[in-house]
Design a protein around this ligand. Structure first.
Ligand code: RIB
Ligand code: CA
Length: 309
């Protein structure tokens, strides 16, 4: 097997974030160098607490967590998505205080330092609003070229939105940051709703995960009940989307996705705020994943999760 990729996940855990982080913990082809936290599904302090707890549950006590932004760049703060992820982030599971603490560096400081130290090798996988990534771009003019790839969960090219008819939630929660990132010239792969809406897990799939890996798979199974219930409230009865796990899987298995080179800009105001649109200003293209072998992505997820515990 080739060397594992060096990965940092920027996250707002969050149920599907937890699914993604446990996947990264179990995947032999991923060397997880750190987590950075962001507001979104929960507040940033809850996100940091949850990120630390996830790493402790997974036995990754040496993986650092750096706390990031508490609110969007220009918009007023958003209320956390309690209806989707529960009041503490993991569905009905009660909050737990971690043993460890976040490091003293901010998320942007940690990201820029790690991108410098692992120039051309660091893969960054943001699975929440993009505020920390925009802050890192402002902090270090070389960040865009130091980082090897930014494989982000967010946006939608032709699928429409999930938080408004036009916008996907991560982009909607900080459109100004997302615009900064898409205009940066960094090598970007966009894992948006065009593909994540095709990758679904059912209650039966989560039961299978628990049977294979009773402790951590069982935890994901428990959290997933709340998430699956949310999906039924919006009329989706065929399972929940593996949004954030799909982005982590795309970091190591791009062959499971079909890219289209598109320059992306983000609407920052009005009814379409948060929409990812085709830019016409000559900016660099992003690789937007427009199709996926959904069954193979799900199988990849299930196979790796079976190795947990
Ligand atoms: O739109 C899906 C995204 O929004 C996921 O990252 C989910 O965790 C929420 O943050
Ligand atoms: Ca997320």
């Amino acid at each position: 097997m080739p060397n594992p990729i060096k990965l940092i996940i920027d996250t707002d855990p969050g149920i599907d974030d937890a699914m993604a982080i446990f996947y990264a913990a179990a995947a032999a082809d991923i060397d997880l160098l750190g987590l950075t936290t962001i507001f979104g599904n929960v507040t940033v302090s809850q996100a940091t607490r949850n990120a630390l707890r996830l790493l402790e549950w997974a036995g990754l006590h040496d993986v650092p967590v750096a706390q990031g932004a508490a609110k969007p760049r220009a918009l007023p703060p958003f209320a956390p998505s309690h209806n989707v992820h529960g009041s503490e982030g993991f569905g009905d599971m009660p909050a737990e205080t971690p043993k460890g603490k976040a490091i003293a560096e901010s998320a942007a400081e940690f990201l820029t330092r790690m991108a410098r130290e692992h120039r051309g090798e660091l893969v960054l996988c943001p699975i929440g609003p993009l505020t920390n990534i925009a802050d890192a771009l402002d902090l270090d003019p070389e960040f865009a070229t130091n980082v090897a790839r930014i494989v982000l969960m967010g946006g939608s090219l032709e699928e429409g939105g999930n938080i408004t008819p036009h916008a996907e939630a991560n982009i909607y929660h900080d459109p100004h940051a997302a615009e900064r990132v898409f205009a940066s010239g960094a090598r970007i792969e966009m894992v948006g709703l065009d593909v994540t809406h095709r990758i679904l897990c059912t209650a039966q799939d989560f039961n299978t995960m628990e049977a294979a890996a009773p402790r951590l798979g069982g935890m994901i199974n428990k959290m997933s009940r709340f998430y699956l219930h949310f999906y039924t409230t919006v009329g989706k009865h065929d399972g929940c989307s593996l949004h954030d796990p799909a982005a982590v899987i795309a970091c190591t298995h791009p062959e499971l996705f079909t890219p289209r080179a598109v320059p992306i800009t983000v609407a920052c105001e009005g009814e379409t705020s948060g929409a990812t649109l085709i830019a016409t200003d000559g900016r660099a293209t992003s690789q937007v994943f427009v199709a996926t072998r959904a069954d193979a992505v799900k199988q990849q997820y299930m196979d790796v999760m079976a190795q947990l515990d």
